[in-house]
Design a protein around this ligand. Structure first.
Ligand code: AMP
Length: 550
């Protein structure tokens, strides 16, 4: 017997319709791409313009399931494209402009993008890319007529349109279509470290379930009283779903576009009364350094989400103790839409000591309902959740991929003894009896010494707690006796000095003796991926001729 409840599909267009109807006068603020001035309007305005844009997309020939690509920063226009494309049944494909042009060419070709929207400061990149993008029939510069990029820098871009002119040519008499909630809505490629990039193709249903889950008090805790500034780019896993969760709750949105330097961010936080923000550790490092130099404080910020790579313990302390901002350490991945776990306390931790609470916050927290986890050893045997056993983390749930776009890379899933499918994350973790997950490594980064595992993340966290260290990476180097031994690669803070002996001394008492790095190498900078993460693959290539001392 079926339940007698309405069978209404979960569609992305319902989010913006809800935000318009119930939070119509709540603001969406953007520091604009063009000249950094402030653009301000409301959810009601955004909804009207998204409808006009949906009609413009149809006029450009975009049909159900067609891929609409963006090369764009976080802004109100990007927000409109999110809703116009997915809402009308097309698929929004967000591309990271920091990838190499050849990678973008590959991704756009694989996705068969039909229209490409781009921010005008990326016109030189698009000019270079256009000959590679065989499937793209129309290009749209995300600006008004007066600020269209000069024809000298767009001569290679065929069928170029002006965003504001496309919108002006349409009215907002438009009803969002209804269709199956399992229809594809958004496409994001993972920057795979081996093989070609692979596309995670989210559905309307997965996006809405993820948006609901993200708002929960033990997840990102979002409400209509919040002012959210997503620092995490809208081209990186949909800015962790914030453009959807904010519409769902009616939170005010503040978009920084490409202005991510400490000064621009701090000014926006203060001017707009930002209460919550989210981003990778690298951006926070820039902001915190600037605030320290300028002796600034936050007056409205209550929380920051740190994820994408491990939040350094020193950063968690600085936010909480010097600025009174609560840190939410989160973990996820492109294949998970992206949220998997968030670190918040349980009632039983109310009496925990300060140091116990910090120790817990170095973990990435507990799963959000909807995500199930298990850890397995190299023979796929399930390991206990005792906080000690290290293993490969596998996940399942309604916002986790069950394959990649066009079957790229084959079937990624693993089956358990009962026949249930799991997605292997490639992360090596422990899970404690309370369910708190600790990421110790990527499976390919873990260091195996004498048959035991050494966590490179733990060693990096100690190094960055040293006052003279800006950034640190630990990699395994071949060793004749131990198989592999860790070495520490360090970037010093400007104007600061520290020696190898000082750093090794700093480790004493903080780690097991056999985890001690064999050597310390100082470098001017460390390599990063296009999403701002440390690229250990590149670092290992750079260090391939390195020899351990002695
Ligand atoms: P991406 O798909 O580019 O978002 O990368 C996902 C990967 O980033 C995960 O599988 C982890 O290896 C890493 N990651 C994300 N969040 C964290 C975190 N809080 N701590 C450590 N690693 C993280």
């Amino acid at each position: 017997m079926l339940g007698l409840m309405m069978d209404q599909p979960l569609l992305i267009s319902d989010l913006i319709r809800h935000a318009d109807r119930h939070h119509g006068d709540t603001e969406i603020v953007t520091k604009t791409v063009e000249d950094g001035t402030i653009h301000r309007y409301t959810y009601r305005d955004a909804h009207r313009r998204a409808k006009r844009l949906a009609k413009a997309l149809a006029a450009l020939g975009v049909r159900m399931n067609d891929r609409v690509a963006t090369l764009a920063w976080n802004s109100y226009r990007h927000f409109e494209i999110y809703y116009a494309a997915a809402g009308s049944g097309a698929v929004i494909h967000t591309i990271n402009p920091r990838l190499f042009p050849e990678q973008i060419g590959y991704i756009a070709g694989h996705a068969e993008d039909t229209v490409l929207f781009f921010d005008i400061n990326l016109a030189p990149l698009v000019e270079k890319l256009a000959p590679l993008l065989k499937s793209v029939k129309a290009y749209v510069a995300m600006t008004g007529r007066a600020t269209m990029p000069a024809s000298s820098s767009t001569s290679n871009i065929p069928n170029l349109h002006c965003y504001e002119e496309l919108i002006e040519a349409q009215d907002d008499k438009f009803e969002w279509p209804s269709f199956d909630e399992k229809t594809a809505a958004c496409l994001c490629y993972t920057s795979g470290t081996t093989g070609n990039p692979k596309g995670a193709l989210y559905s309307h249903r997965s996006t809405l379930l993820h948006a609901y889950a993200a708002c929960l008090p033990d997840a990102l805790n979002l409400s209509a009283r919040d002012v959210i500034l997503p620092v995490v780019p809208m081209f990186h896993v949909n800015a962790w779903g914030l453009p959807y969760s904010c519409a769902l709750t009616g939170a005010k949105l503040v978009f920084p576009a490409q202005h991510l330097d400490g000064k621009s961010l701090h000014t926006l936080f203060e001017q707009e009364g930002v209460t919550m923000s989210a981003g990778v550790p690298t951006v926070w490092l820039g902001l915190l350094n600037y605030m320290k130099e300028q002796k600034l404080k936050f007056s409205t910020l209550k929380g920051v989400v740190i994820g994408g790579s491990a939040a350094p313990p020193a950063m968690i302390r600085t936010f909480q103790e010097e600025y009174g901002v609560q840190v939410l350490h989160a973990w996820g991945m492109t294949e998970m839409s992206p949220l998997g776990t968030v670190c918040t306390f349980k009632a039983k931790h109310a009496k925990a000591s300060k140091e116990e609470r910090y120790a817990l916050q170095n973990k990435v927290g507990r799963v959000i309902f909807g995500v199930d986890t298990r850890i397995v050893d190299e023979n796929d045997k399930e390991l206990p959740h005792d906080g000690k056993a290290f293993g490969d983390l596998q996940v399942r749930g309604p916002w986790i991929v069950n394959g990649y776009f066009k079957g790229e890379g084959g079937d990624p899933l693993k089956k358990d003894a009962a026949g249930a499918s799991w997605f292997p994350t490639g992360d090596v973790v422990t899970i404690d009896p309370d369910g708190y997950v600790q990421i110790t490594d990527r499976s390919k980064d873990v260091i195996k010494s004498g048959g035991e595992w050494i966590s490179s993340i733990d060693l990096e966290n100690v190094a960055v707690a040293h006052p003279a260290v800006q950034e640190a990476a630990v990699i395994g180097i071949r060793h004749p006796k131990w198989d592999e031994r860790p070495i520490l690669v360090v970037v010093k803070k400007a104007g600061q000095e520290v020696s190898k002996a000082d750093l090794l001394k700093f480790y004493e008492g903080k780690i097991a003796k056999w985890w001690m790095p064999e050597d310390v190498v100082f470098v001017a900078e460390l390599p990063h991926t296009a999403t701002g993460k440390l690229s250990k693959l590149t670092l290992r290539q750079q260090m391939k001729d390195y020899k351990l001392p002695g």
